[in-house]
Design a protein around this ligand. Structure first.
Ligand SMILES: O=c1ccn([C@@H]2O[C@H](COP(=O)(O)OP(=O)(O)O[C@H]3O[C@H](CO)[C@@H](O)[C@H](O)[C@H]3O)[C@@H](O)[C@H]2O)c(=O)[nH]1
Length: 472
């Protein structure tokens, strides 16, 4: 396949948040092995994240542009990881100022890109692509159900934000959500603030982009993908997930190379019985408050189950770094059966270890795909963004997870949490069987000739076709 695609040059623009970048880099890897010529755009502090990709594909070019200033961001911040999801609006606005530098780079390039593939938070690039006279493809790092909900919210924001319960009668299963379970943007949106108007326009622009790529698979979200194809009248909708499964040995590169934690953790898991360990991790952005950490610690302690709990390092208000709080003495008390993993965990490796039987997760889209494809039971604690919608998909639609807590600021009851952990970790819970079936469907989707694999090839064919058209 590769030789016929040589020369089709694509500009890839990831959004600087781990949950967005990692799947987009997996996608880039797939496009590179299929022979496309790739330039990837990052700001200086995100360049390091590309190291594994660039060492596998030395032919990939980088376009490194300085991160533009935004008054509400400390000057050292170039990634949502450093500030949490509160940074999404200013980071998107700041990146919008790259419009002119990209335009200049494009005009001076001897063989400029024939298409622009950018994250769904970078909807302003739709207009940029139009100016450049090339198609823009939106990459969605979240699911199709959430995209249906989000399109609806942004299109009707003036009404939606006044409601306490929002009904989506036109979506499959006509879901209803309390406003608090929809993205906090509904509460924060300010029509009089140009930053918010710009942010909103980006999402609306996504709806008219030339193509859409989703990190999803048929078995999980077919009804929502079909809905999007039907309502948007779009033929260029590609489902290419779960991308982390296609990443091959790249998956291991997600482990922080400076830490040797992964070896110790895997050794510890080797000594644990099958399905006996609960893995606890809330993605790359969300930091729990002190009382939430305490309640979670006591819940884990009382459950008596083995666990690995990932505790994050975060920037404090003085620009220094500190780990999330854990109660005094907790680590010693549970040392016989629990590990507190400080820093960046080798999540995919841990989830795929035979000893791991449950995953207490915030339902970030990547974590969900990684949990499901490891055949691990998910204990959902949705907190923000797309996570309530994803939890609905898993708990109610698919029946592969149970909900153990809800809300970004909720302090769980430790006793109830311990009970829920015990229930979820039991071997005979029906959700466990269903998640195994769903895992089979994900594997089916990515094998040669499977639905995601075919779509990935179809996407590359279309991109190569653009090159042919440009040469005619
Ligand atoms: O110690 C860690 C922590 C995270 N990860 C990886 O980081 C990614 C985290 O992604 P995700 O589970 O999606 O969570 P967030 O980082 O919170 O992602 C943001 O972006 C996602 C994709 O748009 C959304 O679904 C989430 O709600 C949003 O918070 C996953 O691949 C994890 O494997 C690690 O490898 N080690």
């Amino acid at each position: 396949m590769s030789s016929s695609n040589q020369g089709a040059h694509i500009l890839i623009f990831p959004y600087p948040a781990q949950g967005h970048m990692l799947p987009m880099l997996d996608l880039t890897h797939q496009l590179a092995i299929r022979g496309l010529t790739i330039t990837i755009l990052v700001t200086p502090k995100n360049l390091q994240t590309l190291d594994p990709l660039l060492s596998s594909h030395p032919s990939i070019q980088t376009l490194v542009l300085p991160f533009p200033h935004h008054s509400s961001l400390p000057s050292s911040v170039e990634n949502v990881r450093d500030v949490g999801n509160i940074g999404n609006v200013p980071i998107t606005i700041a990146l919008g100022k790259l419009h002119d530098p990209i335009l200049q780079w494009f005009k001076s390039h001897p063989t400029p890109p024939v298409a622009l593939l950018s994250d769904y938070f970078l909807g302003w690039t739709n207009q940029l692509a139009r100016q450049l006279g090339i198609p823009r493809i939106t990459f969605f790092s979240s699911g199709a159900f959430f995209t249906c909900v989000l399109n609806n919210i942004w299109s009707n924001m003036e009404t939606v934000r006044t409601l306490s319960v929002v009904i989506f009668p036109d979506l499959p299963r006509s879901p209803t959500f309390p406003i608090d379970h929809l993205t906090s943007w509904c509460r924060q949106y300010l029509q009089s603030d140009p930053d918010w108007v710009f942010f909103r326009h980006g999402f609306i622009a996504n709806m008219s982009s030339w193509g859409w790529v989703f990190n999803v698979f048929d078995g999980l979200e077919k009804e929502y993908l079909d809905h999007l194809r039907k309502t948007m009248g779009h033929i260029h909708v590609w489902q290419v997930g779960p991308l982390h499964l296609l990443g091959g040995e790249r998956t291991l590169d997600r482990v922080n190379p400076e830490s040797d934690l992964s070896e110790d953790v895997m050794k510890w898991l080797d000594g644990c019985p099958d399905g006996s360990v609960l893995y606890v991790c809330f993605g790359s952005q969300k930091l729990l408050k002190r009382d939430q950490m305490e309640a979670l610690a006591y819940g884990l302690e009382q459950s008596n189950f083995r666990f690995i709990w990932v505790v994050k390092l975060a920037m404090d208000q003085h620009g220094g770094y500190a780990y999330e709080f854990t109660p005094d003495g907790f680590e010693d008390r549970v040392s016989a059966r629990g590990i507190i993993l400080k820093g960046w965990a080798p999540q995919v490796m841990i989830l795929n270890h035979r000893a791991v039987g449950g995953f207490l997760s915030h339902c970030g889209w990547n974590s969900v795909l990684e949990g499901v494809t490891a055949g691990v039971m998910i204990l959902a604690w949705p907190m923000e963004g797309d996570q309530f919608v994803t939890a609905r998909l898993l708990v109610e639609n698919m029946g592969v997870a149970i909900c153990v807590c809800e809300g970004a600021n909720t302090v769980p009851n430790s006793v109830k949490l311990a009970r829920a952990i015990a229930l979820a970790m039991s071997k005979d819970i029906p959700q466990r069987l269903r998640v195994e079936e769903l895992r089979g469907k994900a594997m089916e989707a990515i094998r040669a000739g499977g639905s995601s694999s075919k779509d990935l090839d179809g996407l590359v064919r279309e991109l190569a076709q653009l090159q042919v058209k440009q040469c005619e």
